[in-house]
Design a binder for this molecule. Structure first.
Ligand SMILES: C[S@@+](CC[C@H](N)C(=O)[O-])C[C@H]1O[C@@H](n2cnc3c(N)ncnc32)[C@H](O)[C@@H]1O
Length: 220
């Protein structure tokens, strides 16, 4: 499918899939969305400790990069696994303006390394941040009790309803440790019902700019 780079309302870039009219991030602001959904309502629940994170949809690497920047402030040490079946191209990576928009020129080489690293290989990007990118379908994830936190950032229910099903959320539930947390930008009733059906306790929280609500789910 044809992909094009566009700018979102906070100035940060994202990728738009014309055929689906679907973006990798919120059109209201890619960085704002990532900060709100994944950092404020996810990562910041686990200060001063080691946090193992599973990302559903590594995509442009924005969530991984923001996590690396924020983890330092939260005094965390991070083991990050990013799953992605359709990696973006080098040209697309080069077109993303996250380093500039996040005032992170000192970490610019790390953003590049995130994308240059080999699939399936663990690398230490900093002494407190390891990354493994797994080229894998979400439908194949079979980790058990591995993660404290899941960033569930699949394309929307409108275009990929099968990724918001009990079959997938069951895999997510199993992959989390006890008391583990899954955060997502989504807020549809059908999604909440699937999460509850597999055992999650689900909270509705205020959404990022441009979106009323979002979900946070906990494994009990
Ligand atoms: C909303 S985007 C993720 C955005 C990403 N978190 C970021 O910060 O750029 C969804 C991602 O899921 C990937 N994807 C779609 N279907 C998939 C599947 N069945 N298995 C694995 N990856 C898939 C897409 O290629 C895309 O990168």
């Amino acid at each position: 499918m044809k992909r094009e780079i566009i700018q979102t309302l906070d100035g940060s870039t994202t990728i738009h899939i014309a055929e689906w009219d679907e973006c990798y991030h919120s059109k209201h602001g890619a960085i704002q969305e990532a900060q709100h959904v994944f950092i404020k309502n996810g990562l910041s629940l686990f200060p001063n400790r080691n946090v193992s994170i599973l990302e559903i949809g590594f995509g442009t690497g924005l969530n991984a990069f923001i996590t690396l920047l924020e983890a330092k402030k939260l005094q965390q040490s991070i083991d990050y696994v990013g799953v992605e079946a359709y990696p973006i191209s080098v040209d697309e990576v080069l077109s993303m303006n996250y380093v500039t928009e996040l005032n992170a020129s000192q970490e610019s080489a790390i953003f590049d390394k995130m994308h240059e690293s080999n699939w399936g290989e663990k690398i230490d990007l900093r002494d407190d941040f390891s990354l493994i990118k797994r080229k894998q379908f979400f439908e194949e994830i079979d980790d058990i009790d591995q993660f404290d936190l899941i960033y569930f950032d699949a394309f929307g229910y409108r275009v990929q309803p099968e990724l918001w099903s009990t079959a997938i959320f069951e895999r997510m539930y199993k992959a989390l440790k006890a008391n583990g947390v899954l955060v997502t930008y989504a807020a549809r009733g059908v999604v909440k019902r699937s999460m509850i059906e597999v055992g999650f306790t689900v909270e509705k929280l205020a959404g990022p700019p441009g979106k009323r609500e979002m979900f946070r789910a906990r494994k009990s």
